[in-house]
Design a protein around this ligand. Structure first.
Ligand SMILES: [Zn+2]
Length: 336
């Protein structure tokens, strides 16, 4: 059976050389605009022969450091510095990015839970379909820049699914070190299953790395600097950027995330009083936070506890929590 074609059409020729900027047009007929389209910004910078790299941010619209870093890269990069092709999608779920929201206001779609997408689905499913069936098909490598978003803040990290072979693990580690975030961790198993960009890249046989920079619904300058330098260092290491990148300011601590017990969740609804901060080393059973029942303040608060020992790299930001909200996640030293 033939794969149905995406309805998205790029204004630019993705295979041409030089620097091109424009929009992916996603047809969207609504009350305000009968024959309109959603303008998803895209750039392609190409010169000569070399690998093709896809740089993505705004997979979640409320994760800002990558969107700022890739916009600046589009403006600054000269085709003369490129050997191969760099395709840049700075605000991949564009409706979500314009709303400053993790998910799309048009269909509530979470792009990173929408792969492999649907060419006849809502806007988010159509964007996922285009990325998996058009962009990834052209690429040798994809870097997907996430931050914590509105609800989480991270020690700046690179991450990737643990490769199947020891050589693959060593290559992944080398690239995390080159990016130069303070933490780099490998995730065992499928993580969020087959609906993420990670899974899409795996299906397409495209090497992949992701980040979790700072987040918390703001642009953190220190994390932005790591992102901007890290992107250039990775492009240089892949052979697609010929100009010298800035040197990394951080050595990368190599870690892993290997199961659901690395996450700590709110056991009750209420107000979250954090007891530990990013970077803390915790023991199994240690108290993570107090959940205050502000609807019945005469009741004793609940205590959220860590299920295992580890290093805290991710922490919830908003004070109000529902049962099941993620408060923290841990990583542990990488075992090769
Ligand atoms: Zn994200």
């Amino acid at each position: 059976m033939q794969t149905p074609r995406s309805r998205l059409s790029p204004e630019i020729d993705l295979d041409a050389s030089g620097k091109q900027t424009g929009f992916l047009r996603l047809p969207y007929s609504v009350h305000r605009s009968a024959y309109g389209w959603i303008p998803i910004p895209i750039a392609a910078i190409a010169n000569g022969n070399g690998p093709t790299v896809l740089l993505m941010a705004g997979n979640h619209g409320d994760e800002y450091e990558g969107q700022v870093a890739l916009g600046r890269l589009v403006r600054d990069l000269d085709p003369g510095e490129v050997q191969g092709r760099i395709i840049i999608l700075p605000s991949a779920n564009f409706p979500a990015a314009m709303a400053g929201s993790r998910t799309s206001p048009l269909d509530q779609g979470n792009l990173n839970r929408s792969f492999p997408g649907d060419p006849a689905g809502g806007p988010t499913a159509q964007i996922a379909y285009y990325i998996e069936h058009e962009l990834l098909q052209r690429c040798d490598f994809v870097l997907d820049i996430h931050s914590g978003g509105s609800s989480l803040t991270y020690l700046p990290s690179t991450l990737g699914r643990r490769p199947d072979t020891p050589e693959g693990v060593e290559r992944a580690i080398e690239l995390m070190r080159i990016f130069g975030a303070p933490i780099g961790y490998l995730v065992d198993g499928g993580g969020w299953g087959d609906m993420t960009l990670t899974a899409a890249a795996w299906r397409a046989g495209v090497r992949h790395m992701s980040t979790e920079l700072a987040g918390g619904g703001q642009v953190t300058p220190a994390a932005l600097r790591i992102a901007e330098g890290g992107v250039r260092r990775v492009l240089h290491a892949l052979g697609v950027l010929t100009s010298e990148p800035p040197r990394a300011e951080h050595a990368t601590r190599l870690m892993q995330l290997s199961g659901q017990d690395y996450y700590c969740y709110a056991p009750e609804p209420g107000l979250f009083e954090p007891l530990v901060e990013l970077g803390a080393e915790v023991e199994a059973g240690a108290a993570a936070g107090v959940i205050h029942p502000h609807d019945t303040p005469w009741r004793e608060p609940a205590i959220a506890r860590f299920s295992r020992a580890g290093t805290v790299v991710c922490k919830r930001v908003p004070g109000r929590v529902e049962r099941g909200d993620c408060l923290y996640h841990l990583v542990t030293e990488l075992v090769r």
